[in-house]
Design a binder for this molecule. Structure first.
Ligand code: UFG
Length: 323
């Protein structure tokens, strides 16, 4: 299959591109490099520095069978202070992509959605039919695209699968380093904890007074390689005129303190921690039901939290050695 990957120079996009190539697919990557890194695009993929909004003049000549659409702004906090960037990139950019796909007869899309579409869910684990009450412009932008996909499937016959990610972590390791998180502004727990162990600033623990067993927030962590595997499976279940929405999580929750314990076990160093106030917008618990992923995709995550931390640590250390 010839697959167009938007955002293939980013964290998850680069991992999935490498997995697609390993599975024998041809891959065309587009990325405007606003947050991605060109050297993260796996060798073997054709790369174009382009935004999704400017694809229309060229898409028709690429003979694309399916699109996996990652390109987006993805920081919850930033989306609250800078919503315009989120509505423009994530919503307008995707609508432009969908209309180009229609114009050029590309009928299949796998979309990078988010658990942020649910917001503060009442029932855990969260099923796909839970009420969507996003608490940020980021979550609302992802939900808006999910809604558009339903309408485009019904009216125009496109086939779509929205994958709602929970907390993605880890790296795809290769002898030359691999593909992992390299965000300029890093807000995620595991990379920040690894940086703290490695001589960086102490980890700020945002809130120890939540109504959970140890007072810290509980999240559902998923290894990026397992997540990528679900994308390849999703390509195989896209069907015309249908839009499926599927959670990708492990079904198990870990508190911030449990994650820090795992980081300590893997690195052999206790994580330096400073207790800080709650971070605005953090719900106490977010855990996925992954029953739909098992049923539709035949998918189950295989790599546990310690493996995520170990792969992220190796990737971090390789990057440090490479300078
Ligand atoms: N945390 C800290 N210190 C840090 C970073 C995080 O204590 O330096 C805590 C957070 O407060 C939260 C937990 O660790 O309780 C996890 O935080 P992350 O930032 O790693 O992840 P989030 O759960 O906030 O966000 C993730 C994705 C989002 C997605 C969201 C769905 O990164 O894209 O899940 O709710 F929208």
């Amino acid at each position: 299959m010839r697959v167009l990957v938007t955002g293939g120079a980013g964290y998850i996009g680069s991992v999935v591109t490498a997995q697609l190539l390993a599975a024998g697919h041809e891959v065309v990557v587009v990325d405007d490099l606003s947050t991605g890194h060109q050297d993260a695009v796996p060798p073997g993929a054709v790369f174009h520095e382009l935004s999704t909004a400017s694809l229309d003049p060229v898409l028709g000549s690429w003979a694309i069978d399916a699109v996996i659409h990652f390109a987006a702004r993805s920081l919850v906090g930033e989306s609250i202070t800078e919503p315009s960037a989120y509505w423009r990139n994530n919503v307008s950019g995707t609508l432009a992509l969908l209309d180009s796909m229609r114009a050029h007869g590309v009928g299949s899309i796998v979309f990078s959605s988010s658990a942020a579409t649910y917001g503060q869910a009442v029932e855990q684990p969260i099923r796909e039919d839970a009420p969507a009450r996003p608490t940020s412009a980021y979550g609302r932008s992802k939900l808006a695209v999910d809604m558009a996909l339903t309408d485009y499937a019904t009216a125009y016959g496109i086939g779509a699968v929205s994958l709602r990610y929970f907390n993605v972590a880890g790296a795809l390791r290769t002898p030359s380093g691999g593909y992992g998180e390299r965000h300029t502004t890093e807000t995620h727990l595991i990379p920040n904890a690894l940086r703290a162990v490695d001589g960086g600033p102490p980890l700020q623990l945002f809130g120890a007074d939540y109504p959970t067993d140890d007072g810290t927030c509980v999240r559902d962590y998923i290894h990026v390689v397992d997540l990528g595997d679900a994308h390849l499976r999703a390509l195989g279940v896209v069907e015309p005129a249908a839009h499926h929405v599927v959670n990708l999580g492990s079904g198990a929750g870990y508190s911030v303190r449990q994650v820090l314990t795992a980081v300590g076990e893997v690195t052999g160093e206790e994580v330096p921690v400073i207790e800080a106030p709650r971070r605005p917008g953090d719900p106490p618990v977010l855990v996925a039901s992954n029953a739909a992923a098992a049923q539709l995709l035949g998918w189950r995550p295989e790599r546990d939290l310690n493996r995520m931390v170990a792969d992220a640590w190796e990737f971090h250390r390789f990057g440090r050695a490479a300078g």
